[in-house]
Ligand binder design. Structure first.
Ligand code: HSE
Length: 439
């Protein structure tokens, strides 16, 4: 039986998860491939020994030696971050090794260079675990949906943010309080910036867009807003409008340009994504042949993510074994077919909106606000005021029909400047029915 030797860099949560998956599923993997996937070496500078069940695996603190070991067929990078991960990945490719990584920050920033180098060397780069943890999103796009023009991608791609928003919704507790508890319970990192500011979601959207549309895009081209400003009062008002608030990644394919954005969004309770709760992810693709596809599952965790890394290893191992390396292009499209496609500027986008205006409770306030909205051709869908506090500040909540970003910003500038408005207006985009369909 052929043995494929794996060199793993990084024995942290995901690395040790991969090792467990390879060990516990060893027999099943043989039954499904006729191959032995052997964890030959692990490089990690933080540990001095491997758990006893990995007695057949050599531990080193020298990742470069692992990369250059002629015995190693596939290098798995699971240390995360840009450096030294990029150097390890580029060195492995230069040494003619196939690479598997879960590193979304690296791929969404440096992917172009990495995939170009891999194409020159004729090696594969697997990255299933970089988006959606254990959910087979990349394989679905590259293989299951190969006969489709992907029209849109929309989803909840960050379990931490979704966990926080779910608890804020269920318990009516403020963001800071839930975050602290989530950190204690291990649902949020000590530094949660990437997760709560939407950056991690933008990394993942950039990777999905690359393979869905066959384009070059880096995460910093994606307009990104996080959830730190979401307040329980807005979640409560959203409920009254039949909605919940989710951190969504949204992209629509217009052919010669594509939309790409990450922001808190009011999602109707009747929508499938509204039911994705807690630390779960849910990603929706729309294809011109298949229609709507929703994939749901755990977007993080040692065994789910280890399962995705193992799937990439198996794909490459099968290709090595059958002499068909490169059968499925790493980025789904042939490298010469990857295009530069423009990103639609945010100010050209439109959607329905939710506003919470804090204004003095006195005659003429609503008329002044309505006048400004009307001047900017923004049509009001509904208005709600809760409570009564003559002369004091109250919340006036309104939703609009579809309105353009630039009109909204101009109108809110004028509304916030009104003497009777005492705090900056809270604005949240609402899910547009068109977000799902083709344009
Ligand atoms: N930090 C990510 C999340 C998991 O909370 O979903 C890894 O991508």
């Amino acid at each position: 039986m052929k043995t494929i030797n794996i060199g793993l860099i990084g024995f942290g949560t995901v690395g040790s998860g991969l090792a467990e998956v390879l060990l516990s599923q060893k027999e099943r993997l043989v039954q499904r491939s006729g191959l032995t996937l052997r964890l030959a070496k692990v490089a990690d500078i933080m540990i001095s020994e491997l758990p006893p069940q990995f007695a057949d695996t050599e531990l080193t603190n020298d990742a470069k030696a692992l990369i250059n070991d002629p015995e190693i067929d596939i290098v798995v990078e699971l240390i995360g971050g840009i450096e030294p991960a990029k150097t390890f990945v580029m060195d492995a490719i230069a040494a003619g090794k196939h690479v598997v990584t879960a590193n979304k920050a690296l791929l969404s920033q440096e992917g172009k260079e990495i995939f170009a180098a891999a194409a020159v060397q004729g090696v594969e780069v697997g990255f299933e675990a970089s988006v959606g943890g254990g959910i087979p999103l990349i394989k679905s796009l590259k293989e299951g949906l190969v006969a489709n023009r992907i029209q849109s991608i929309m989803g909840i791609m960050n379990g931490t943010a979704n966990y926080i928003l779910t608890r804020m919704t269920d318990e009516g507790v403020p963001f800071d309080e839930v975050l602290k508890d989530a950190q204690k319970l291990g649902f949020a990192e000590a530094d949660p910036t990437y997760d709560v500011e939407g950056i991690d979601t933008a990394h993942k959207l950039a990777i999905l867009m690359t393979i869905a549309y066959g384009m070059n895009i880096t995460h910093n081209e994606i307009a990104t807003e996080g959830i730190t400003e979401v307040e329980p009062v807005d979640i409560e008002f959203a409920r009254e409008f039949g909605c919940c608030i989710k951190l969504l990644a949204i992209s629509r394919n217009h052919g010669d340009h594509v939309e790409a954005r990450v922001h808190p969004t009011m999602v109707p309770h009747s929508h499938m994504l509204a039911s994705i709760s807690g630390a779960y992810n849910g990603i929706h693709f729309s294809g011109d042949m298949v229609g709507n596809v929703l994939l749901y599952g755990l977007g993080a965790g040692k065994l789910p993510t280890g399962s995705a890394v193992a799937a990439d290893i198996m794909d490459i191992a099968r290709n090595i074994s059958s002499g068909s390396v490169g059968r499925v292009p790493s980025l789904s499209y042939l490298s010469e077919e990857i295009k530069e496609i423009g990103i639609t500027p945010m100010e050209e986008l439109s959607c329905p909106w939710y506003f919470r205006i804090t204004a003095r409770d006195e005659p003429g306030v609503l008329a002044a606000i309505a006048g400004i909205l009307s001047k900017h051709k923004i049509s009001i869908e509904s208005v709600m005021q809760k409570g009564r506090q003559e002369g004091g500040p109250v919340s006036i909540v309104l939703t609009t029909h579809t309105a353009g970003e630039s009109d909204i910003h101009a109108a809110l500038g004028e509304i916030n400047a009104l003497d009777m408005v005492s705090a900056p207006t809270v604005k949240i985009r609402m899910l547009d029915e068109g977000d799902e369909a083709d344009s």
